[in-house]
Design a protein around this ligand. Structure first.
Ligand code: TRP
Length: 364
């Protein structure tokens, strides 16, 4: 069963819960799936078409190059893509540079620099396969606009208002381009798509699914939103945010002392006094360091040990924070080296970047 918070979101948003073994048929066994970090989808029926009938799909997601570095929340999206990559026919991670321009005021040149120097090298350092992962920049992909403009005549202003509350021209353009992104692979082959995202992207998924049903100019297959639990802010409320350095852990964190300080300030589910911590144990559901370990530690037995000891008061919150700090110190060290190696590879353009559907064809 999924936890209470996930259950509430599933009900509120009208999502489908993921059956425990749904991905087994695709050969996917990952701690994100086992622990329900990937907790829901829209819709299960379409996902089942992939898993039990067609066995063929593409995995696609998009990330804005709005800051130099990514944080653990974005890393969770990449980890989910990694998990699907083994069985996906195409894996695409697009750089949403037009969206960053329109909604975050990041000019294209800056977005490009962030993407080539940090984002793409980091995605590869995190384990996406450089031989199989296809990238593109929204601003360079000449085929997105065809879908975006077709979608623009199928979707009404009041639908957009219902989605955004206050709409702005920049958000409207970005929404239509996102539909272009999500369906782009289908310009070369008709197949279903799986789109791992945070829950904040659900409106786009719904919009895109509606458009697929309405358009007469294309014969698009359904796409499935796969929802990843938000990484909690270190502050304990809301999710990690790039614009608040005390809420987020970046990749990489350059300064170990600052990293340590942030972790020690993180919101804890332990009781205020040592005596009470020993007696009552910690509330793991709200304990941020423990929740981060759920995302980061692949070893189920180790996580279970910590959960038991911390939950029963045998371990105290300072010890869990120290554990997390030591884990992250190593994690950052390894990633930093890899990011540097991949940066050179990216600079030599020894990666797969496409600009159109015709270029995408060769990777099928
Ligand atoms: N809108 C997404 C964000 O805010 C970025 C994005 C653009 C995206 N195109 C996409 C996500 C296609 C998933 C699929 O971060």
């Amino acid at each position: 069963m999924v936890n209470n918070r996930a259950e509430k979101l599933i009900r509120e948003f009208g999502l489908d819960e993921l059956p425990a073994d749904i991905f087994k048929n695709l050969g996917v066994d990952h701690h994100y799936v086992r622990r329900r970090i990937i907790f829901a989808c829209r819709t299960l029926e379409d996902l089942e078409t992939i898993v039990y009938r067609e066995n063929k799909f593409y995995a696609l997601t998009g990330i804005m190059p709005s800051h130099e570095k990514i944080h653990l929340g974005t890393a969770a999206v990449i980890e989910s893509m990694k998990c699907l990559q083994k069985s996906a026919k195409l894996t695409i991670v697009l750089v949403a540079d037009l969206e960053s321009l329109a909604t975050r005021n990041i000019d294209l040149e800056t977005g490009r620099k962030y993407a080539l120097n940090y984002h793409i090298p980091t995605y590869l350092a995190l384990g996406l396969d450089p031989q199989k992962t296809i990238f593109y920049f929204q601003s360079e992909n000449i085929d997105l606009q065809k879908i975006a403009f077709d979608a623009s005549k199928e979707i009404t202003l009041s639908e957009l208002e219902a989605i955004y509350g206050t709409i702005t021209p920049g958000r409207i353009l970005s929404a239509f381009y996102q539909i272009g992104d999500i369906l782009f692979p289908q310009l070369v082959e008709s197949m279903l798509g799986v789109i791992p995202v945070g829950l904040d992207q659900d409106p786009h998924i719904r919009l895109c699914r509606d458009y697929i049903k309405r358009t007469r100019n294309y014969d698009f297959r359904p796409i499935i939103g796969l929802y990843i639990t938000d990484i909690p802010s270190l502050r304990g409320e809301g999710k990690m945010s790039k614009s608040d350095p005390y809420s987020a852990i970046f990749i990489p964190e350059e300064d170990e002392n600052f990293l340590r300080r942030k972790i020690y300030r993180a919101f804890s589910g332990g009781a205020p006094s040592l005596e009470e911590q020993r007696k009552r144990g910690a509330n793991l559901e709200i304990d941020v360091p423990f929740q981060l370990l759920r995302f980061l530690l692949p070893d189920d037995n180790e996580l279970k040990r910590i959960a038991e000891e911390y939950g029963s008061g045998k371990m105290i919150s300072g010890e869990v924070k120290e554990y997390l700090y030591n884990f992250l110190k190593e994690y950052m060290k390894e990633l930093k080296e890899k990011i540097e190696q991949y940066r050179e590879i990216v600079n030599k353009r020894e990666i797969l970047i496409v600009h159109s559907k015709d270029e995408l064809k060769q990777y099928l």
